[in-house]
Unconditional design. Structure first.
Ligand SMILES: Cc1cc2nc3c(=O)[nH]c(=O)nc-3n(C[C@H](O)[C@H](O)[C@H](O)COP(=O)(O)OP(=O)(O)OC[C@H]3O[C@@H](n4cnc5c(N)ncnc54)[C@H](O)[C@@H]3O)c2cc1C
Ligand code: SF4
Length: 477
């Protein structure tokens, strides 16, 4: 007879952990039994730093062993305890209110069933938990200020802020500006995939106590393959441990395995909704290199010092995508005497609209999804890339620019995976409802950026964490 739990949670990344925190704090969970199945192992920061050139430092090709794809496009994540919180950079701008209503405002994409105003409180909660550093003026409305002071702008950032006000801000970030809760202050060492001073929020430094709670059993090296279902309910979880298939029964099942594996687990479980797996997507970013005549770019205090929103929201989105700007403070110099720091590095990041040509499907191996990726630069993104030179002239030409050029090609990845189990009001438009409950399996929640109906240019993790708190609150009331 398989063991029975009140809750089985899949994965230990942001999406699962923010849900688990809310669940454990709720009075109704006092006597609950929770099983967490994690496919990987715990590699602590200490161990990762000791092995920094060894087998547990993540590189862009490693996750390829976990999925099959003929496309060049890489999907990057850390399949271990804490998920990609171990290697993320910690950039946490909120989405803009219009990101949630692209169809009704701009006539493209889909409206989200949940709106910014409904998520606002949960943004505040997620920002408090992660001790986000950020400015007092932002392009999106905030009911509560950022918990920590903003990181310092560079001299070039300050000129851009003077010109564009709240459309050019110190980047909101989970890289703490002052020591907090055992984390060090970010010193811009720019190796955030293995932060030497533990400055950025991670599941290990922020949430380890959740997994030590006596109600929680955490099992490593357990890869969930599928759900056991009966009629409209899931009755259990089928997983592989040391090559052996096992089943565990559960009242409620919560998937937080990221957008590749959430969809794959559902497809393996007989979910035949055409939306499940369809539309795997992310943003497209391209670097721009600027040199200045006599303007030194100095003084920033974190790896990415600012976000520019000048090209983000507006009527252009009915034709071409929003673009978020990141101002990089990586240790680069100009190879000309006396002009070492008369330069800037900006990344221009465009939103995408998920394409049905890109999808996660089942392969012959039940442990590996296959990713079909045919639409690398959608026509929407391409219009953004084509318009970029003109936009740079429009917004940057007041600076004393000597020269600027874009990288010859866009970055292979922005390290985000979205939109394979989209939220929708009805099941003919997506996989989960507005509270992230599966449309068919009503005791299954599917968390994370798999639920995003559109892919805004802003980094996804703050929003997916807020969504986990929101989903847990709805589930618990
Ligand atoms: C290098 C890098 C930099 C990034 N920088 C940023 C940034 O600056 N800002 C930002 O917003 N986002 C950033 N991201 C993206 C961010 O890390 C992800 O959005 C976030 O980690 C997603 O959280 P998640 O919990 O949904 O998934 P994940 O972090 O992928 O966690 C999934 C968890 O599920 C486990 N799992 C997967 N499949 C199974 C299975 N079948 N059975 C059991 N367990 C399973 C995994 O081991 C892991 O624990 C970055 C990502 C990378 C790789
Ligand atoms: S810039 Fe350096 S100190 Fe700051 S979070 Fe990244 S690695 Fe850590």
């Amino acid at each position: 007879m398989a063991d029975m739990y009140d809750l089985v949670l899949v994965g230990t990344g942001f999406s699962s952990s923010f849900f688990l925190k809310e669940y454990l704090e709720h009075p109704s969970s006092k006597n609950k039994r929770i099983l967490v199945l994690e496919r990987g192992l715990m590699h602590s920061l200490k161990k990762r730093l000791q092995n920094k050139n060894g087998e547990i430092s993540i590189d862009i090709t490693q996750p390829r062993q976990t999925y099959i794809s003929e496309a060049d496009k890489p999907w990057v994540f850390d399949p271990n305890f804490g998920g990609s919180s171990n290697c993320w950079t910690g950039c946490t701008p909120r989405f803009m209110p219009n990101d949630f209503r692209m169809q009704s405002v701009y006539g493209v994409g889909t409206d989200w069933p949940v709106q910014y105003e409904e998520l606002e409180n949960y943004y505040v909660k997620a920002e408090k938990i992660m001790d986000i550093s950020g400015p007092s003026d932002t392009p999106y409305p905030m009911s509560s200020p950022y918990p920590l002071p903003p990181s310092a702008l560079s001299t070039v950032d300050k000129l851009l802020q003077k010109e564009y006000g709240e459309l050019y801000i110190s980047q909101p970030t989970a890289r703490s500006t002052i020591p907090v809760n055992g984390r060090g202050a970010c010193c811009s060492s720019a190796v955030c995939n293995l932060c030497p001073v533990d400055a950025k929020f991670t599941i290990e430094n922020g949430f380890i106590s959740l997994y030590e709670d006596l109600r929680v059993t955490l099992q490593y090296s357990c890869q969930v393959l599928s759900l056991e279902t009966n009629g409209g309910m899931a009755t259990g979880v089928i997983y592989r441990e040391n090559g052996q298939e096992k089943t565990v029964k559960a009242e409620t099942i919560v998937l937080g395995a990221n957008a590749l594996f959430n969809a794959h687990i559902l497809l393996n479980s007989g979910d035949n909704n055409p939306w499940t797996g369809a539309g795997i997507s992310e943003q497209t970013g391209i670097f721009g290199h600027f040199t200045y005549d006599g303007l030194e770019n100095l003084g920033a205090s974190s790896i990415i010092s600012a976000n520019g929103f000048m090209m983000y929201d507006g009527n252009h989105r009915s034709e071409r995508p929003a673009c978020l700007i990141e101002s990089f403070n990586t240790p680069i110099i100009r190879n000309e005497r006396g002009k070492w720091r008369q330069l800037s590095l900006f990344k221009f990041i465009f939103e995408d609209l998920p394409s049905e040509k890109n999808k996660v499907i089942r392969s012959d191996d039940p442990a590996k999804p296959e990713v079909i990726y045919q639409d690398h630069h959608s026509p929407y993104i391409q219009k953004g890339l084509d318009s970029l030179p003109g936009l740079i002239d429009k917004y940057f030409s007041f600076l004393p620019i000597e020269n600027w050029h874009l990288d010859p090609s866009a970055q292979p990845t922005e390290y985000h995976i979205c939109s394979t189990a989209r939220m929708s009001n009805t099941k003919d438009q997506g996989t989960v409802d507005k509270h992230l409950v599966h449309h068919d399996f009503r005791n299954v929640l599917v968390l994370g950026s798999s639920s995003f109906p559109t892919v805004t240019p802003a980094n996804p993790t703050l929003t997916l964490s807020a969504l986990s708190i929101y989903a847990a609150n709805h589930y618990l009331t």
